[in-house]
Design a protein around this ligand. Structure first.
Ligand SMILES: [Zn+2]
Length: 242
């Protein structure tokens, strides 16, 4: 299997049974996603959409022939992905399953869902969407509609719910958002304390790669068993092959 970072919170996972694309908003500058889709052969193509925000959704997904759209309830409503176009419309707590994957939708501290995908060989992938501890600094708290302690409690409750069912997850795509300043890794740190994570992929980075690399370097010694993938274009490729 191969995990490719595309942009912002978008990843493509290529494996024997399918090509899965999480939260497509735009392709990379070198059109990695378009090339992966062109090369996938007969395998099914899935677009999983965590929520309707424009940095997680692109209406073009509804026009890709044969694509299977697994979208959150708010995406269906706000972006007019009707039942006859969507393969599944998901609320937190709901499941989708076919031959190529199964998906359980979990809650998010923002809108929509986060997704736990299980592949036929048992590999597990968690894509957070906007599920994070949005611990914004004081001058930016208009981004959230509750107090910081309510935010933190809500986030921890989402993580506990997931860790109860999945104490260990193979691939985790999770926000490291530098807009949170000194607290940018707070949610990731809490996640990693609750859920044994094999491979950790930062997302929602707004291309602030050097700051994100620094955060990752701080996390590495605290969680030596975790494989942190750093997509900083200065010194790595966008690809992780397993
Ligand atoms: Zn977002």
């Amino acid at each position: 299997m191969r995990v490719e970072f595309i942009s912002h919170s978008c990843f493509a996972v290529d494996y024997d049974n399918a090509l899965i694309v999480f939260d497509y908003s735009k392709d990379s500058d070198d059109n990695r996603l378009a090339r992966m889709i062109a090369a996938k052969g007969d395998k099914p193509l899935y677009f999983i959409v965590s929520h309707f925000h424009e940095d997680h959704f692109n209406p073009q997904i509804a026009e890709v022939p044969g694509a299977r759209l697994l979208v959150s309830y708010d995406t269906a409503k706000r972006r007019h992905i009707h039942r006859d176009i969507a393969t599944a419309i998901l609320h937190p707590g709901e499941d989708y399953q076919d031959d190529a994957l199964s998906l359980h939708a979990y809650r998010s501290t923002d809108v929509g869902i986060s997704s736990l995908v299980t592949l036929p060989d048992g590999t597990t992938i968690y894509h957070a969407g906007d599920n994070n501890n949005w611990y914004f600094p004081e001058d930016e708290q208009d981004h959230i509609h509750c107090s910081l302690s309510e935010m933190e409690g809500l986030f921890i409750s989402t993580v506990c719910e997931i860790s109860k069912e999945h104490p260990s997850i193979d691939h985790v795509m999770f926000p490291l958002d530098m807009r949170l300043g000194s607290q940018a890794a707070r949610g990731a740190f809490q996640w990693l304390r609750y859920v044994k994570t094999c491979h950790f992929y930062p997302m929602h980075c707004w291309e602030r790669w050097d700051e994100v690399s620094e955060l990752i370097e701080n996390l590495r010694p605290l969680f030596p068993e975790v494989d942190f993938i750093d997509f900083n274009p200065r010194f790595s490729t966008s690809q992780k092959s397993l």
